[in-house]
Design a protein around this ligand. Structure first.
Ligand code: TA6
Length: 295
């Protein structure tokens, strides 16, 4: 495959193949395993946008900790199968490069594909095609398009499980979810309402917001920036920070890393799971923009 200038296919840590991007618009890295974007840095921005754990594993078949895990065809634990890996199999399967191109302005378009095969059919008896497409530039647009290639309806969950870098998670606020219903995973999954205008993090926070199509903004005074996530085809959002105890419990997450990250995830899960008729397709997208905090 001929790659545009500024894009290389190389072997990364753990022998995992990755596409690396260095253009006038941005730098980025995406592992073919999981179509996993681990780095995206728009030109002119001094601080990393996506967060990566310094303890992440890079091994075939092991989930990478940070960046944008692609969660599919289930979110969180698999219902009725405690042995199944959380967040589905897409993030640990090899995706194939369908196309890579660039624009005169240095933006890079990638399309990667994952199709049902014997390995996935052994887990979920469903024929599907998934295309993960990205436009990497001064903004980041990601889209997950799933097609039901089977003869029966296909119910699935999905998420772009995006990890963002922050100066100190205790100082940030998350705007756009006021009034939404959420499942509080730190409180037995109880249904609650986001009564505060913005979400602040002062303890382990793990909330699945339902029936919300609104964009979400992360205001980070420490890095003097606002990160906005606009979405389409998504009715759920997640806000997650593991805090102290959960960080210690995860071997691929440094004990002292929790203050420097927050997940704002673009999701369809639980009440908002997608049900596709045979032959139908569905797209979820997220567009990430980074701007300086005014004033
Ligand atoms: O999206 C939040 C969450 O479901 C948390 O409950 C936590 O489990 C996190 O995902 C990380 O999941 P992972 O399987 O990547 O360790």
């Amino acid at each position: 495959m001929t790659l545009p200038s500024g894009v290389r296919l190389e072997t990364g840590p753990g022998g995992l193949d990755r596409l690396s991007v260095e253009t006038t618009a941005c730098t980025a890295e995406l592992f073919l395993q999981g179509a996993h974007l681990c780095r995206w840095q728009p030109a002119g921005h001094p601080h990393p946008v996506l967060w990566m754990s310094r303890a992440s594993r890079f091994e075939a078949g092991a989930p990478i900790r940070g960046g944008v895990p692609v969660c599919f065809p289930w979110f969180g634990p698999r219902a009725g199968d405690a042995a199944a890996p959380p967040h589905g199999f897409a993030r640990t399967r090899p995706w194939a490069i369908e196309s890579v191109s660039s624009t005169p302005g240095g933006e890079v378009d990638m399309r990667l594909v994952l199709r049902a095969d014997a390995a996935t059919l052994a887990i979920v008896q469903q024929a599907f095609s998934a295309v993960f497409s990205l436009r990497l530039g001064h903004t980041l647009r990601m889209a997950l398009e799933v097609t039901n290639d089977g003869a029966e309806a296909f119910r699935f969950e999905e998420a772009l499980h995006t990890y963002f870098t922050v100066a100190d998670v205790r100082q940030v606020s998350v705007d756009g979810l006021a009034g939404a219903t959420y499942l509080d995973k730190t409180d037995g999954g109880r249904r609650k309402t986001q009564s505060e205008p913005v979400v602040r993090i002062a303890a382990e926070t793990d909330r699945l917001y339902l029936d919300t199509t609104a964009g979400v903004s992360l205001i980070d005074p420490g890095l003097a920036r606002r990160i906005t996530v606009e979405k389409t085809g998504s009715a759920s959002s997640v806000v997650w920070n593991p805090w102290i105890a959960k960080s210690r419990a995860m071997p691929d997450f440094g004990d002292d890393e929790w203050p420097e990250m927050i997940c704002i995830e673009t999701v369809n899960a639980v009440d908002n799971a997608v049900v596709l008729a045979p032959g139908a397709c569905h797209e979820l997208s997220a567009t990430v923009t980074v701007t300086a905090l005014e004033g």
